[in-house]
Design a protein around this ligand. Sequence first.
Ligand code: GDP
Ligand code: MN
Length: 396
Amino acid sequence: MKIHEYQSRDLLEKYGIPIALGQVVFSTAEAAGAFKKFANPSCVAKVQVLMGGRGKAGGVIHVHTAEEAEAFCSRFLGKPFSTYQSAGESKIVHAVLISEDRRIDEEYYLGIAIDRAHDQPVILFSREGGVEIEEVAIAKPEAITRIYFSYTNLPTKEQIFSQIRKQFSEDKIPSQIADIAAKLALLFMEKDVSLCEINPLALCGGSTIIALDAKIVFDDNALFRHLDVAAMKDPDEEDERERKAKEVGLNYVSMGGNVGCLVNGAGLAMATMDMIKMAGGEPSNFLDVGGGATADQVREGFKIILQDPRVEAILVNIFGGIMKCDVIAEGVIQASREIDLKVPLVVRLEGTRVDEGRDLLKNSGLQIISCRTIKEAAQVSVQKAAEYRAQHVHSR
Ligand code: GDP
Ligand code: MN
């Protein structure tokens, strides 16, 4: 889960990390008041959307008068915004941050991420801030200092200082950065963060270090123990299909391939995805309809899969243990009728009431391909998806 910059700022402040003074506004009417409070004599106005690259897209500007602050708000609030990092997607701006305009001497990068190859969190620091760290990592990897640590043994300010000091010729600046990095590591651990970035961490007025941007991503699986964090969730920012699935009690994760999967049980869902890959295909999603799903839920799951325009075939793979095969068959038939299913549908049923289920499918009058084994079902659905693509490639 991601939170907005204005929310991240509050969290940094709670951990004693210096940030620029400022205020978030949700309407143009608040803009002049906020401007007057923080103008020195200008302010920085920043759109609050969960995407990087706002600066380059015109979403971060200096405003010199209350009128300019208002103009910025009325230009962006309630309107779609996108950047080169948002992959063609746009998001509606609901808030603008108006902060004092600090004069920046240098822009640094400070982040903490989990390095899965090392099985450890790592502090990343670079003097080359204000630009994308991925670019620095490729062009000038030696410009990034990496400090690995463990959750049970957080790095001290002194330990961080001894590493970061190498990038500077004096002590005062790296000492402040080390202090901030140590506080950020505590936040990272205590709040179950999976990624946080301060870019830029700015040197202002020749000697003071301030966080001028903040991006924090939390581990969704730990949100239950951070109700303060969970409360900051912006419902607009969720994947539309994942949100819909949660609403109807289904466990759906979008994967990006072209074979939609509807499976009962997380283990079987993973195995099904593996089988699709082994058959040379790409699953569109993970979808576990659970052990006791109703026909209604199956129908909803089906609709959610079909909302992804990349889907070129659907594979339903159900082992009827608690769940009965005829219930699944009913849901599949209902959904196919309601949605006017265009893509090929492959169904593999096994277990309780399997014969009743297969009969229902066979007698439905719908074009449903029934398979006996997972392997066969995976191969057939990958093949049918390819055929569907070949037939429809010109019309899309
Ligand atoms: P991003 O492009 O979405 O990462 O947005 P940032 O918050 O990093 O803003 C982009 C750039 O705007 C930064 O690299 C800074 O150069 C500048 N900037 C951001 N905040 C401030 C600020 O408070 N004062 C000044 N002077 N510049 C800022
Ligand atoms: Mn930034």
